[in-house]
Design a protein around this ligand. Structure first.
Ligand code: ADP
Ligand code: ADP
Length: 229
C-alpha cells in the first residue's frame, strides 16, 4: 500500500471575474511509496501548491480521489489528517509565541495529552532547543522554517509534506534543511516535497514526479530520470 495515492485529481478554481476559471490540475495520478523521499518537481504555476493544499484540506478538489496512508481524504478526513504533517510555504506563527508554545498549542489541537507530548525532543531535533523561550518574531528565517517542520511532526505522522521548503533561502540554510529532511526520512518518515530546483530534487529525492501545466508528465526513480536527461 502506498503512503499517498493520488487518482485523477482535477482542480478548477472558481473564476475571478467571468469565464471558466483556471484549470490548475488536469487529472493527476501517482503513488508515493512508503519510506521514500518523493519529489514533486515543476515550474512556477505548474499546480504543485494546489495539489499540496488539496492534501492539506485547504483547497477542495473538483474531482478525483486522494488516499493518505490508506485513508480517503473525503471519507475519512480524521484519520487522513492524523497520518500527514504539512509544512506550508508561508511562515505562519503568532509572533508573540515561543517555539515551545507553538509546539504545545499544536499538540493541544491534536488532543495529545501532557505526558505524551514531545516538544523538547522536537526542538532538539530541529536544533532549536536553545530558542525554546524566544519570541517567534525574533527568530531568523531559517529558525522559523525549522520550527514549521517541528510543528508538522507534533502528532508523529508517518508522512511529511513540504511545500517548496527551500524557495528563496540561502545555500547554507538549504543544506541545513536538506539534512533535516534526510534525517527525518532515516527515522522512517515518508517525505513528499515540492521544488522547482531540478538539482535539489536530484540530490535529495529517491523518486521524482514532474508536473507541468497541471499534468504529471513523468514519474520515475531519480536514477532513471537523470539518465534520460
Ligand atoms: P495563466 O497561468 O493561464 O496565465 P493565471 O495563473 O495567470 O493564468 O491566472 C488565472 C486566473 O486565476 C486569474 O483570474 C488570476 O487572477 C487567478 N489567480 C491566479 N493565481 C491566483 C492566486 N494565487 N490566488 C487567487 N487567484 C489567482
Ligand atoms: P505551483 O505551486 O506549481 O507554482 P500553483 O498550484 O500555485 O502552482 O498554481 C497552479 C495554477 O493555478 C496557476 O496558474 C495559478 O495561478 C492558479 N491558481 C493558484 N491558486 C489559485 C487560486 N486561489 N485561484 C485561482 N487560480 C489559482
Amino acid at each position: 500500500q502506498p503512503a499517498i495515492s493520488i487518482r485523477d485529481v482535477v482542480k478548477r478554481y472558481a473564476p475571478a471575474g467571468g469565464g471558466e476559471g483556471k484549470l490548475a490540475l488536469k487529472g493527476v495520478s501517482f503513488d508515493v511509496p512508503v519510506g521514500k523521499i518523493f519529489g514533486l518537481l515543476g515550474p512556477n504555476g505548474a499546480g504543485k501548491s494546489t495539489l499540496i493544499n488539496i492534501m492539506a484540506g485547504l483547497v477542495k478538489k473538483t474531482s478525483g480521489s486522494i488516499d493518505i496512508w490508506g485513508f480517503d481524504i473525503d471519507e475519512n478526513m480524521r484519520n487522513a489528517k492524523r497520518s500527514i504533517g504539512i509544512v506550508p510555504q508561508e511562515i505562519v506563527f503568532d509572533p508573540f509565541f515561543t517555539p515551545f508554545e507553538v509546539l504545545e498549542i499544536q499538540a493541544g489541537l491534536y488532543g495529545i495529552t501532557q505526558h505524551l507530548r514531545r516538544s523538547e525532543e522536537l526542538l532538539r531535533a530541529v536544533h532549536l532547543a536553545d530558542k525554546r523561550n524566544a519570541y517567534a518574531r525574533t527568530l531568523s528565517g531559517g529558525m522559523k522554517r525549522r520550527l514549521l517542520i517541528a510543528k508538522a511532526l507534533v502528532h508523529q505522522p508517518p508522512v511529511l509534506v513540504l511545500d517548496e521548503p527551500t524557495a528563496g533561502v540561502d545555500v547554507e540554510l538549504r543544506r541545513q534543511l536538506w539534512e533535516l529532511v534526510t534525517q527525518m526520512n532515516r527515522e522512517g518518515v515518508t517525505i513528499v516535497l515540492t521544488t522547482h530546483y531540478l538539482e535539489e530534487a536530484e540530490e535529495l529525492c529517491d523518486q521524482i514526479a514532474i508536473i507541468n501545466h497541471g499534468e504529471c508528465i513523468a514519474n520515475k526513480p531519480t536514477r532513471e530520470l537523470v539518465g534520460m536527461a
